[in-house]
Design a protein around this ligand. Structure first.
Ligand SMILES: Nc1ncnc2c1ncn2[C@@H]1O[C@H](COP(=O)(O)OP(=O)(O)OP(=O)(O)O)[C@@H](O)[C@H]1O
Ligand code: SF4
Ligand SMILES: [Mg+2]
Length: 336
């Protein structure tokens, strides 16, 4: 098999959100530590799934990667386009002029397409907007109209929908519009943030299969965020497990499900057959709430809930390391 090609190389990527001071006299600047020191690679053509409980920083990672948020510290080396010197571009420090043309490459599909689709624009206008903004086609050219209809067809949308407005569609069809808008740009990388979570189960598989077909056709790379383990297992080549802003385990999908190494992953997987993390993650963990990302526990952030925690875990931060080939874990006492 050919060596996988790098698309992203993240080095200690950190994203903090400063909180507003509550009183004039508050000296300390509190921050939400949404992503901390994330160092992972994303390879061309793969689907990297991202799982973890609500608030662990999945959406923040997706959006920071796309540089929709300014980066607190660390690097995002993007290998999808090279600079004049033939080097990858560091999105973390790139200025607006450098990032603007890259917007075409880097797309986002939302959980709730309705809120991201302009209600006053027709489907045709929604798909056309980015194409015109990036100068892919001249405005209202005949070829742009043909291209839009072809993109709609590829995404399972009938041509006569082109003049309709978002409110005239079902949830599944709206997600098809969101997908069509993204893939029309011929992107290299798509962050899909819970793209099927708001849909009926019967529709979910249609949308997932559409995304897989488009990926195959265009050699797309996905970061696919979901709290549903069955969806993640079905779509992902590799899976990253997040806890309180950290990636705690990263492995191929079969490795993660069959040979999990991190106690938190074990807890998540114990949620099967009810695969919804939101409902069931509590069962295997010690009593107590998820700690706050404003003031996370010392050492291993998971030590307050981990059934295997020892003294060392309270003091020493476990780094993500490759314990087995292509299987990374951040734990002092992995489950071998
Ligand atoms: N714009 C923001 N300003 C301040 N805090 C934020 C912002 N966006 C996210 N956060 C905080 O950062 C942390 C991570 O949030 P994020 O939305 O990335 O989590 P998530 O894993 O996507 O959760 P969910 O599964 O509920 O979507 C949370 O504590 C959240 O409250
Ligand atoms: S480092 Fe310690 S507390 Fe953290 S997951 Fe491993 S065993 Fe549990
Ligand atoms: Mg989210």
């Amino acid at each position: 098999m050919a060596e996988p090609k790098l698309l992203f190389e993240l080095n200690n990527l950190t994203k903090h959100f400063p909180l507003k001071k509550e009183t004039l006299f508050q000296k300390e600047q509190l921050v939400v530590r949404a992503n901390e020191n994330i160092s992972i690679n994303i390879y061309q053509g793969e689907t990297l799934g991202l799982v973890g409980e609500s608030g662990c920083g999945k959406s923040t990672l997706g959006r920071t990667l796309l540089r929709l948020y300014p980066v607190t510290s660390g690097d995002i080396w993007y290998h999808g386009r090279l600079d004049e010197a033939g080097k990858p571009i560091n999105l973390a420090t790139a200025d607006k002029e450098t990032i603007r043309p890259l917007r075409k490459d880097l797309q986002l599909i939302f959980q709730d397409p309705y809120s991201s689709l302009n209600p006053r624009m027709t489907v045709g206008q929604i798909i056309a907007e980015g194409l015109f903004a990036h100068g892919v086609f001249d405005k209202n050219s005949e070829e742009s109209q043909e291209y839009i209809l072809k993109t709609m067809e590829d995404c399972g949308l009938a041509p006569y929908f082109v003049h309709r407005y978002p409110h005239q569609f079902s949830g599944g069809q709206r997600q098809r519009i969101g997908i069509a808008r993204s893939v029309a740009m011929k992107p290299k990388f798509i962050v899909a943030d819970e793209p099927v979570s708001a849909l009926d189960v019967s529709i979910q598989s249609q949308i997932i299969n559409l995304m897989l077909d488009l990926k195959e056709r265009d050699n797309l790379t996905y970061l696919f965020i979901s709290h549903d383990l069955s969806v993640i297992k079905y779509i992902s080549d590799r899976i990253g497990v997040m806890y309180l802003g950290d990636i705690v385990e990263l492995a191929s999908t079969p490795d993660l499900f069959d040979r999990r190494l991190h106690p938190y992953t074990e807890a998540l997987l114990s949620a099967i057959p009810t695969t919804d993390i939101r409902e069931t993650v509590e069962i295997k963990l010690k009593e107590g709430e998820m700690p706050s990302p404003i003031n996370p526990p010392s050492g291993c952030k998971f030590h307050t809930r981990c059934p295997y925690a020892q003294d060392r875990c309270k003091e020493e931060v476990p780094l993500l390391r490759e314990l087995k080939p292509n299987h990374h874990v951040a734990c002092h006492f992995p489950l071998l």
